[in-house]
Design a protein. Sequence first.
Length: 406
Amino acid sequence: MNHAFLKKLPKTDLHLHLDGSIRLSTLIELARESGVELPSYTEEGLRETVFKDSYKDLNEYLTGFAYTTAVMKTREQLERISYEVAVDNQQEGVRYIEVRFAPQLHASDDMDIIDCIRAVNDGLLRAKNEFNNRREVIDGLEPPFHYAIISCAMRFFTPAFSEWYRRFFEMHSFSDRETVFALASLELEEAVARARWEEDLPAVGIDLAGSEAGWPALNHLEAFTKAKGHFLRKTVHAGEAYGPESIYQAITDLYAERIGHGLTLLNPSAVKSRYISDPVKYVDALASYIADRRITVEVCLTSNQQTDPAFRDLSNHPFKKMMEKKLSVTICTDNRTISNTTVTKELHKAVNTFNLTRYDLRNILVYGFKRSFFPGRYDEKRHYVRQCMEYFEKIEREYFQEENVQ
């Protein structure tokens, strides 16, 4: 399966960070306008100094976000970047995206949390309307483009993260840090619920991001419990830089329906708790539990290669074992710009590294559509999934018929 075929197929990206996916040309332009200092003002220079093909470690990988978030401070900036992310996905055949970002990193006196969500939605909606007004879509020859928005709470933060976080710390100066983190997540959840149900924005769910070690998901229990009560969907970064116990906590305490990364899920040697007497049985039981409940793992191959030296050789990645265990998995980019990737590139890596069949590929793509947090009704979602998979079958027939003729 070559790159051209994969690019034509209808795809999803369920783990797509807005602040990690800005066009470099836009970053340079907005930085000049905003007086933000960059190490280079050419795309080539930024690729050499910041947004590389490979990184030493996670800390170096994260340095790029300081530059991207610095140009995401106004409604106009958020709307433009969101619009361009959607267009970039459309141009490579991606028909459904869930853009995630942390509104509290961008909120200010002039723009509250819901304003941030509105701005992101405005950009995505403009791109959606333009795409869906194409003749091929109107005539039903191709499936339309859809999207949703996920808001990220942070496991921990400091006043330096943003102006909003600085002021939040000041307002809770007598509280311990864990309490402040919990309160910030509650504030975010309430804002998202209001955006979803009072303003009818496609703010479908919440995520928990940030360093796992030392910052357990349990600190955010109340926010995720409220999210459940508000019918918000839930995904959690877990098992990326901590053991399987982190994944267990995400799905049991925070009701996670999807797991971001999940790298340690099948690794008994990553178990850290001294109360787990048999790590092998533990990870096997955890994997079976997740598989049985169709909790989907959002796999980000290139990002994992760049942040964890163990996966420089991609054949070491647990993705293949996840497939063998019949887990629900979907391929995502994580950060298109910082990882210098696309959904098509990620699928190409997966197919060629793990020798996936067309049947495997179809399963991966259908999981992306089925396990999405689609903002419409369930019957609308079912119809949309069917549209996309019929289009998959059409492209598959056309491509391999042409190949056979040649």
